[in-house]
Design a protein around this ligand. Structure first.
Ligand SMILES: [Zn+2]
Length: 187
């Protein structure tokens, strides 16, 4: 049974939302049929619950590095934080200096194509365990033609849904990207 955090009432209704836009550390995600609106019938307190939040961060980072659009500074920072790494740790993994990471993240210099591919592969392979529903193709990332022209300065919008996956003989929920045809741009 759910209890209202505001008034303690148990007269709480829940409703699964068809689509819910969520801001995730600079990335925008649209959650399809997955987020839950909670409404207290006594005090009218409303909240939206996002299940599997840690998995969503990993899924969003993987979704973004599989998308062939050049990463900007805030996206590089998002991916690094999804990995749980400091700038120094990421720098070591992709063979640059921590100062270089900092320049990319602040938008003072653009990441080179070679480093970007390296970063994408490291991120996708490291995070895939946390987003087992997503089919990560490292070969495809390695050969990806990254488009460096953004059509707008708006954050990229990616769509995700919660699906059931089987892991070690147990069923669990995990975030999956909607197919690329569903990738939408923020408007
Ligand atoms: Zn209440």
């Amino acid at each position: 049974m759910k209890i209202c955090k505001n008034c303690g009432s148990d007269l709480v209704r829940t409703k699964r939302l068809d689509a819910h836009d969520h801001e995730l550390g600079g990335l925008r995600v649209r959650l399809i049929d997955s987020a839950v609106r909670v409404i207290c019938e006594k005090c009218d307190q409303r909240a939206v619950l996002i299940p599997e939040h840690e998995g969503l961060i990993a899924a969003a980072a993987i979704g973004r590095v599989m998308m062939p659009l050049k990463l900007d500074g805030s996206e590089i920072r998002f991916v690094r934080k999804a990995l749980g790494w400091t700038a120094a740790q990421l720098a070591e993994r992709i063979d640059v200096t921590p100062e270089t990471i900092s320049r990319w993240e602040q938008g003072h210099s653009a990441i080179s194509p070679k480093c970007e591919t390296h970063l994408r592969i490291v991120a996708a392979s490291t995070l895939s365990e946390l987003a087992p529903a997503i089919d990560v193709d490292l070969m495809k990332i390695g050969k990806m033609q990254v488009c460096s022209v953004r059509e707008s300065s708006e954050p990229v919008l990616m769509e995700f849904e919660l699906v059931k996956v089987k892991q070690e003989h147990q069923k669990a929920f995990s975030w999956d990207t909607m197919d690329e045809g569903h990738m939408a741009r923020a408007s």
